[in-house]
Design a binder for this molecule. Sequence first.
Ligand SMILES: *Cc1c(COP(=O)(O)O)cnc(C)c1O
Length: 295
Amino acid sequence: MSFDLEIFSPIHAWNHQVFAEKKLKVFIKRDDLIHPLISGNKWRKLKYILQEAHRQQKSHLVTFGGAFSNHLLATAAAGARFGFKTTGFVRGEEVQNNTLFLCRLHGMNLIFTNREHYKNKPALFESYFVDDTQAYFINEGAASPEAVKGCSELINELPTVYDHIFCACGTGTTAAGIIAGLQQRQLPSLFHAIPVFKNGEFMRQEINNYLDTPTDYELHTAYHFGGYAKTTTGLINFIKSFVASTGILIEPVYTAKALYAVLDLATRDYFKPESNILVIHSGGIFGLLGLEHKF
Ligand SMILES: *Cc1c(COP(=O)(O)O)cnc(C)c1O
């Protein structure tokens, strides 16, 4: 059996008055269109992990995430699609929400775990599944060399060489994959990482750990909007006007922060005129449900 989804991730122009004034061409890679639930970078990250699980003849994927985790939902949906049983350890006390509902609907067994126990994921895995020879450990957020490899393939899909490529970062795995892809193809594009939480400087170490050879890239740590899953009125207003003027749906946890960064940097004359810029829409728009009260 081959574990593959047909990748549908077109590139759309993002037109904005500021970009016209500064003579910039800005594009969005629509990884959000890859799959409604196994969306964006989550499919790229899981692809080789699923292949490896299958190679080891494991039929039960076990992974970890918060109650709103896009990764848990992607694993549940990918498991259902490709014939794996799935278990998700959920951080914190038992709750109910749209994400967890859809995880369950795709057959995922959810185990709510207090924050103390959640910290030691290998120990949790051992204590529950020591006798399950079918169980396969997948790290939180699928952070792994297999995920980096999967994300590096995004670069093969680009029709042209962009001067700048932007992506939001949680674990930094996707960022590392994109950088590795640029290195493999020896492309001169400058990569820009946008950490979505406070004090994102440590992201450089996370990313570098995955790279064989060090490389130059930019880390912009000022676009966290208060921290992980935090928003401001400015970010919400940006999302409203972006969605209404482009027809491209985005969410406030990841992609909106990367897109906002590009617009802000353009306003500040960060880019040379005639630059062409690519922003990765890493998906996750399902996470909008449950955030209605912020809009
Ligand atoms: C998980 C996720 C990210 C973060 O990816 P990392 O590889 O963990 O950095 C970015 N965007 C979206 C929409 C996500 O769901």
